[in-house]
Design a protein around this ligand. Structure first.
Ligand code: PNS
Length: 170
């Protein structure tokens, strides 16, 4: 019997506020394991994100240009229902450190309860990205620190526009 993953659709959900190189690494590795990977941005304006959904999707689209089996989408409501509506059988999530585990376990078990036919698949973050988070990237950028190497170029440009460096004498 031959096993093919070509027909498997996976959802990689997240806030992506903004996309980091850690997310991008997961997209690269995840898309090699499935037929189609849908990276989907949570529409969570109530959380007052730095970038609105369209901006977050634009940054993702730019970063995945040329990856033919990757699609960018957005969702609200229950992830499990959204995944089912997109024909996905897998939810992809990354785990950086042990501190991520409890939250991810809770979400995976709740999603399994809601949709037993959908599996959550975890990939470990690359060791170079295990300290990296969107929250810290935003904080460093806001305080004028250098985020190059932590986020794709398109994200770096948007962060620089959002948090311009003060000119001399300011
Ligand atoms: O990048 P994040 O913020 O860690 O992603 C969290 C996300 C989007 C995966 C999570 O908040 C989510 O799935 N939200 C949708 C609401 C939902 O389905 N909640 C119940 C399942 S635990």
């Amino acid at each position: 019997m031959s096993l093919s993953t070509d027909s498997v659709v996976a959802i990689y959900p997240g806030s992506f506020d903004p996309l980091t190189n850690g997310h991008l690494d997961l997209i690269h590795r995840g898309r090699g394991l499935v037929g189609k990977l849908i990276v989907s941005v949570l529409n969570n304006e109530a959380k007052q994100p730095l970038f609105n959904v369209e901006e977050r999707m634009d940054m993702l689209r730019e970063a995945v240009a040329g990856m033919e089996n990757v699609e960018i989408d957005t969702f609200d409501g229950l992830l499990a229902e959204y995944a089912a509506s997109r024909g996905a059988s897998v939810i992809l999530r990354g785990i950086r450190a042990i501190s991520d585990y409890e939250y991810e376990l809770q979400m995976a078990l709740m999603n399994r309860r809601l949709r037993p036919d959908i599996e959550t698949m975890f990939l470990l973050a690359g060791e170079g990205n295990s300290f990296l988070s969107s929250r810290l990237v935003k904080e460093v950028a806001r305080l004028g620190g250098n985020v190059s190497g932590l986020v794709p170029a398109a994200v770096e440009r948007r962060l620089a526009a959002r948090f311009p460096m003060p000119g001399p004498g300011k």
